[in-house]
Design a binder for this molecule. Structure first.
Ligand code: ATP
Ligand code: MG
Length: 397
């Protein structure tokens, strides 16, 4: 089979990072290559652009991948022709005919000429092609300000013709900001938090605290599926699961009832900190949002972060729940998050939690619990689940 399906890939914000632009581009190229490794493909680089070639039957897969790779600003199926006007015109008419078949009428031709030896300049190319389209489609209309469809032409080593690019995720290539540890529960928020940080170039690994047998196997499967959703954006993810039941039981017995959630959060953070440090992760990510639940008041956020001095990233801190839900739907995690299996925290929640922790006082209470040996045992009992990249999302149920 021939690699006949050609995609032009626009790289995004990385263009602004002039200092390490090449490194970022290499990273993005390697990442796209890794995601495409299941199908025959080729990736070519030209300044500010990648060209991705796949077989026709791999086109749908390539499109899913390009839509979910951080650092890709936009992409378009593209026609490559020789650098003569007749061939370019033929390609432009094809792009126009496809858009018009979808009902679009008002159009604009945009052209760029990086090969200055081409006899027409950018303005002339656009003018001539606009004319050709109007002749072929008398019902079409030029609209420079609010076009319904675009015909893009780039004159490089060859000529490239394409319509309006599809929007990519934008952001920064995965790994360009190192790797962080995401505390991933079965809820709505933490997968979205992970997604937002992945888009900023952070590679992720995920950690889930389970309270088996108080939490079910289904709850565990749900978190694995959520990790799989994230894996479609990060290009693969490792999920670490922590046996947390003994700590929960110790807290239920030994902690003042109104402090149990806070103490549990602090224990999670102590474990996360130890593990992240050992793994070389440079930050911890949670789905916390200011005021959303009792443990997320400013005083309680201050307390629950005390066991770590790593940057604690809370990308949802200022995001309204409705907006988080909209993002969860858009990334494909929502239907999984709302499966009705409780995670550990819900089961052990106190009825009247303390709203304003006093750092020194609550820290002393935490230390008096003497959780050290249980924390060490939990760290020992961590299990690993590798969720390799797949361009297909897990089904909602
Ligand atoms: P989420 O929807 O992400 O569960 P939430 O609104 O239910 O968030 P909490 O349950 O208070 O809020 O959890 C706050 C954050 O703590 C979560 O976003 C997640 O990052 C982390 N977290 C809570 N429970 C767990 C767990 N069982 N395993 C791993 N991380 C957890
Ligand atoms: Mg939760």
């Amino acid at each position: 089979m021939e690699l006949t399906a050609l995609y032009l890939v626009k790289v995004g914000e990385i263009l602004l990072k002039l200092g390490n632009r090449r490194e970022f581009e290499n990273r993005l190229k390697a990442d796209i290559g890794k995601r495409l490794s299941g199908i025959p493909h080729k990736i070519e680089y030209q300044p500010g652009r990648f060209f991705v070639l796949v077989e026709e039957e791999g086109a749908a897969t390539a499109e899913e991948i390009l839509s979910r790779t951080p650092g890709v600003n936009g992409w378009a199926r593209c026609i490559r022709t020789a650098k003569n006007f007749a061939d370019i015109e033929g390609a432009a008419l094809k792009v126009a005919a496809a858009a018009m078949a979808g009902g679009a009428r008002r159009f604009k031709v945009e052209s760029r000429r990086s090969d200055k030896s081409f006899p027409l300049d950018s303005f002339e190319i656009a003018k001539e092609l606009g004319h050709s389209i109007l002749v072929a489609h008398p019902e079409a209309k030029v609209d420079l300000h609010n076009p319904e469809f675009l015909v893009n032409v780039e004159i490089r080593d060859r000529a490239f013709v394409y319509g309006r690019p599809a929007r990519g995720l934008r952001g920064l290539p995965i790994g360009s900001q190192g790797r962080g540890l995401l505390l991933l529960s079965g809820g709505i928020d933490s997968p979205v938090a992970g997604y937002l940080m992945a888009r900023r170039g952070l590679n992720l690994e995920a950690m889930y605290f389970h309270a088996w047998p108080y939490t079910s196997k289904e709850a565990h499967d749900k978190v694995k599926d959520l990790a799989r959703v994230l894996s479609a954006y990060t290009g693969g993810i490792t999920l670490w699961t922590v046996p947390f039941t003994d700590i929960q039981m110790a807290l239920k017995k030994g902690a003042r009832e109104d402090l149990t959630t806070l103490m549990m959060r602090a224990a999670m953070m102590e474990i996360a900190h130890a593990f992240a440090t050992k793994r070389g992760d440079t930050c911890i990510i949670t789905g916390e949002s200011l005021g959303q639940v009792a443990s997320q008041t400013p005083q309680n956020l201050r307390f629950t972060q005390f066991p770590t001095d790593l940057p604690l990233l809370r990308p949802l801190v200022g995001i309204d729940k409705e907006d988080t839900i909209a993002m969860a739907r858009a990334i494909g995690s929502f239907d999984i998050s709302v499966r009705p299996y409780e995670d550990c925290c819900v089961i052990f929640s106190p009825t009247h939690p303390l709203l304003k922790a006093n750092l020194a006082r609550e820290k002393a209470a935490y230390e008096a619990l003497g959780l050290g040996p249980l924390i060490a045992a939990a760290l020992e009992g961590i299990e690993k689940f590798e969720l390799p990249f797949s361009e297909r999302m897990p089904p909602p149920h």
